[in-house]
Design a protein around this ligand. Structure first.
Ligand code: NAD
Ligand code: TYD
Length: 352
């Protein structure tokens, strides 16, 4: 059996924690190194269940620090990088764009350079896997889907910094022959998502009977995928994806924000034993996000046809599971919303 030494960046974040968990549990012969700077979005509680596993280690480091990245490649015999570390929230990118440029662009280039130096052109069995977003393709009208051929048209500091990072990865492939693979995924939901993103924020606010801030008219459309299905797709592409290729990942599961929010409200009323309709009363329409992309929708047929991937969970099941998880893990929510979270929340929503 082939073994691997995989460096996962951003493994203490939302999606990264699911990727690390899947790899650690599924491949006992692999060595999985979780590298994370533990920003506000990174939390070791997300991977607490893995701490004692013999094929798992954690390193606190910043991907923009070239010396630190060189050291990690010198200490561990890394043959595979799965790169998820990023600044990931659109609203924050509007408030503070420069950290997105630093982490997503400078950080990705730094990691590429460290991998290139360490591998010294001996590329057999090596892979740099870059995890990206469908937001690089811009915004759709009422019809159509993003394919791997859709021209890039990012519109927020977040999506443009991710688009730039995709270009850097391809540049290191074309110029330096670095073996790379990329995937661009639609919106994820599930356990361990930081409650600045729509679904965990609204679940938490409903539980605490706080207003639900709906941007604009609530008619923007997102294509939602359960996070474990994204992790499964990453596992598949990592092992079977073709070097130099890009794969779109999505659930064919489009929802207007307001319709999705009403599903969450109804489910929460039932689960909390509150009168029907009480959570919907918390809905508050607020000033729209600047440059708010109207619609994202992924065509994932390449991934299905080439590698046989399909999502495993229907949305109704996924959202019920997700709500149950947040209701059962109040301690986790308290942990991540202590400290600076209140300041963030006040500054983000006070003038809307
Ligand atoms: P997240 O914000 O939950 O986690 C990001 C992680 O990166 C955190 O643990 C953070 O501490 C770490 N990090 C940030 N800056 C770092 C630095 N300089 N050095 C080292 N670590 C650093 O994000 P997420 O939602 O889990 O997204 C993970 C990746 O997947 C991102 O690249 C994102 O663009 C991409 N993606 C996310 C979604 C989504 O719906 N959340 C969809 C498609 C793609
Ligand atoms: P979000 O979870 O931030 O993901 P993204 O912007 O990357 O798609 O937001 C999902 C959708 O929900 C998006 O259209 C913005 C909207 N939204 C609100 O209406 N209110 C909120 O408080 C948040 C965080 C998002």
């Amino acid at each position: 059996m082939t073994t691997k030494t995989i460096l996962v960046t951003g493994g203490a974040g939302f999606i990264g924690s699911h990727v690390v968990r899947l790899l650690v549990n599924k491949y006992p012969d692999y060595s999985i190194i979780n590298l994370d700077a533990l920003t506000y979005a990174g939390n070791l509680a997300n991977v607490a269940d893995l701490e004692e596993e013999s094929n798992y280690s954690f390193v606190k480091a910043d991907i923009t620090d070239l010396e630190a990245m060189r050291k990690i490649f010198a200490v561990y015999p890394i043959d595979t990088v799965v790169h998820l570390a990023a600044e990931s929230h659109v609203d924050r990118s509007i408030e503070d764009p420069l950290i997105f440029v630093k982490t997503n662009l400078v950080g990705t280039a730094t990691l590429l350079q460290a991998a290139r130096e360490a591998w010294k052109g001996a590329h057999d069995g090596k892979l740099f896997y870059h995890v990206s977003t469908d937001e690089v393709y811009g915004s759709l009208g009422e019809t159509g889907f993003f394919t791997e051929e859709t021209p890039y048209d990012p519109r927020s500091p977040y999506s443009s910094s991710k688009a730039g990072s995709d270009h850097l990865v391809r540049a290191w492939h074309h110029t330096f022959d670095l073996p790379v693979v990329l995937s661009n995924c639609s919106n994820n939901y599930g356990p361990y998502q930081f409650p600045e993103k729509l679904i965990p924020l609204f679940i938490n606010n409903i539980r605490n009977e706080k207003p639900l801030p709906v941007y604009g008219k609530g008619v923007n459309v997102r294509d939602w995928l359960y996070v474990e299905d994204h992790a499964r797709a990453i596992d598949l592409i990592l092992h079977e994806g073709r070097v130099g290729e890009t794969y779109n990942i999505g659930g064919h599961n489009e929802w207007r924000n307001i319709d999705l929010i009403k599903v969450i409200c109804r489910t929460m009323d039932e689960k909390l034993g509150r009168p029907a309709g009480s959570s919907e009363e918390l809905i508050t329409y607020v000033t729209d996000r600047a440059g708010h992309d109207m619609r994202y929708a992924i065509d994932a047929s390449k991934l299905k046809e080439d590698l046989g991937w399909t999502p495993s969970l229907q949305f109704e099941e996924g959202i019920a599971k997700t709500i149950d998880w947040y209701l059962e893990n109040e301690e986790w929510m308290r942990g991540v919303t202590s400290g600076a979270y209140k300041d963030y929340y006040d500054s983000m929503y006070k003038n809307r």
